[in-house]
Design a protein around this ligand. Sequence first.
Ligand code: F0G
Length: 468
Amino acid sequence: MRDTLRRPPPTRRSWAEPFRIKMVEPVRTTTREQRERAIREAGYNTFLLRSEDVYIDLLTDSGTSAMSDWQWAGMMLGDEAYAGSKNFYHLEEAVRKYYGYRYVVPAHQGRGAEHILSRVLIKPGDVIPGNMYFTTTRLHQELAGGTFVDVIIDEAHDPASEHPFKGNVDLDKLERLIREHGAARIPYLSIAATVNMAGGQPISLANLREVRRLAEHHGIRIILDATRIAENAYFIQQREPGQENRPVAEIVRELCSLSDGATVSAKKDALANIGGFLAVNDEQVYDEARNLVVVYEGLHTYGGMAGRDMEAVARGIAESMEDEHIRARVGQVEYLGNLLADWGVPIVKPIGGHGVFLDARAMLPHIPQTQYPAQALTAALYLDSGVRAMERGAVSAGRRKETGEEYLPKLELVRLAIPRRVYTQAHMDVVAESVYFVHQEREKIRGLRMTYEPRYLRFFQARFEPVE
Ligand code: F0G
């Protein structure tokens, strides 16, 4: 039978890319033998592979997006003055317009902003509640003497739960924590939109409003991780009653208005290859952050970025909030996720904003979590097709600061993060087919033993070998 006859009649699709491609970058396929050598040399850690040995790179959506012609044109207008670059003022203008915060401190990337914020606001012994940890965010909170406590709803830890807002804060957990420690020990609530480690899951507007009410009652600040807030706002538009007719940009503004400041990695939503910033409304916090930024990042009008990078970020922020862009961006992620779900591969539901997360615990029940099933699955996927993913399970979670014990998180995931505006639908098909065949042969995958463990953020540089 001819292929066309087997397909159901078409329905009109809801999205397509709102751009066309005018420059391409060749990618290379490899043989199985080449990949076997490469992954062995990389200690079974996809962070240690050379990018040239990767066919489709879904390691991260961070700094990997394709910039628009308008952003590239802006790169040529870089004002590389040490002080007072005009591009900084464009960035400041964009942050004020799209996020609504008064003061902006640029940083070389998100963790630079997290470092400064943590040093300004956290005192030793403080407790920082948040909707699930993020690796760099929690580490900077700990290095400043604080302890992160997870107050996300239980559904977030269950890959199968279809809750539409798995990034929501559990208000009872939060209230109990405030009662237990007292508001004076809580410098701020650390709220991510969307929640990366939960699978790119959004927080609802209704929930953030409630969190705000509680925080105001106790005089506690809210600091957003607004790194992927446009994706969060898109989910609110799609899922939250009464929000369906609002532009994404307007929802982003409202989310930010419910907070006192934000740290942002401009390498995600904002479509830039490097950059980030801290934005706050409180003048005193701004003053202290401006003092610290010159020590760790650079002058307060560049913070570690070149002028041209600040211009790319300023323009990227504007593009990231366009409804058509974000619909196609999340639509592509959902396309991949739906293929996998239809083929019986266990994934985190609902499908997230920036990637599809495979449930390695469900897929590889024969591998104990102490042998890092998600890490083993990323290696197996690379071996099959040269697709590079990232472990988001026990290796990423690391060790408890007090006891040195390994965290064994409920979520043992492999993330297929989709760079923005980079890959085609055929690439998504190749990825889905590879995951499908790896899933078919999953009993053959063996666990791993860690042979080298770095002290901080171990997932980046750890090395492994297969367990016999
Ligand atoms: N916050 C979130 C939610 C992130 O996802 C990241 C980075 C950061 C902060 C730190 O920003 O990398 O610019 O210093 N996430 C990348 C990822 C690394 O692959 O998810 P950064």
